[in-house]
Design a protein around this ligand. Structure first.
Ligand SMILES: C[S@@+](CC[C@H](N)C(=O)[O-])C[C@H]1O[C@@H](n2cnc3c(N)ncnc32)[C@H](O)[C@@H]1O
Length: 273
């Protein structure tokens, strides 16, 4: 039994002071968990914004990797963030789905995918794992804007769920298509050179590795691979090292959301080494 002796009071004070100190780092997150628990939003594959400083760090990283000015990356970030039609398209999809009525048209790390697609001007983008299709719409918007700049491109998404891609409709779907079925099977049958590949399907580490092995023959020197599971998986890092590719990881800092964040694994081949 706990007795209120002077020594025990000191122990309790010590414990409470330290606990309070540690909780200052998590109290906002705990409040966000409370709000989220009673809302009607997605249960996984969360939609949120990134902290501004986190976006600026991402822009610095992409400028270095892609050998462009920081300002250009920030310009592409603004382009997608301020695209009213995309925002309205996604918000309308959520509003029409009662289970997602509180979900927000917020793109998280996909803003980085967009800027990469705008800078690389890929002829072919492949994204495995479409879910509702937020990535599909954002990548297709990049292709739409690339086409206005004179660089045509096409998007392929893959998903095993026949109901995936509900968000992927006109005008975005004019720039690509979704292939339904197991991703590795679809990749084997897809006979194209891939300029930008995004892995976001089955997050089993071996499955992810098999996707990279399957598309290896379809890559060019300049092709980029983005891993959406690289915050937990080492598959893209290992594939990059084994294939003489450079690898970096960007970690997200979500804004006003309890989720600790995912990231972008980025695999590429530097042409100068
Ligand atoms: C994390 S979600 C994709 C999110 C999407 N990229 C986005 O931007 O919102 C993962 C998706 O992968 C799909 N998936 C899981 N296993 C798969 C497989 N073996 N082949 C193809 N798709 C698969 C799931 O049906 C799910 O829709």
């Amino acid at each position: 039994m706990f007795r209120l002796t002077p020594r025990n009071v000191l122990i309790l004070k010590h414990y409470l002071t330290r606990r309070k100190r540690a909780l200052t780092y998590y109290s906002k997150k705990l409040e966000e968990i409370e709000d989220w628990s009673s809302s009607r939003t997605e249960f996984s594959n969360f939609y949120y914004e990134l902290e501004e400083s986190n976006l600026m760090d991402l822009a610095s990283l992409l400028a270095l990797i892609l050998n462009v000015k920081y300002e250009l990356v920030m310009y592409y970030f603004s382009e997608v963030r301020n695209d009213g039609s995309l925002h309205a398209h996604i918000a309308k999809y959520f509003a029409q789905n009662s289970k997602l009525r509180d979900s927000k048209a917020e793109y998280a790390r996909r803003i980085g995918w967009y800027a990469i697609a705008r800078i690389l001007k890929p002829a072919t983008i492949v994204e495995t794992g479409v879910a509702q299709g937020m990535g599909s719409c954002i990548l297709s918007l990049a292709l739409m804007n690339n086409a206005k700049d004179g660089a045509e491109g096409y998007y392929y998404g893959t998903d095993i769920d026949p109901n995936a891609g509900g968000m992927y409709s006109e005008p975005y779907s004019s720039f690509g298509e979704i292939i339904y079925g197991d991703s590795i099977q679809s990749l084997k049958e897809l006979n194209v050179t891939i300029d930008l590949f995004i892995n976001d399907s089955n997050h089993d580490f071996d499955y992810e590795r098999s996707e990279y092995e399957t598309i290896k023959k379809s890559l060019k020197q300049e092709s980029f691979i983005l891993g959406d599971n690289s915050h937990v998986s080492d598959s893209l890092r290992n594939f990059s090292i084994a294939n003489n590719r450079q690898y970096v990881f960007f970690r997200e800092v979500p804004k006003d959301h309890w989720y600790p964040g995912a990231g972008i694994g980025i695999s590429f081949m530097r042409q100068d080494i």
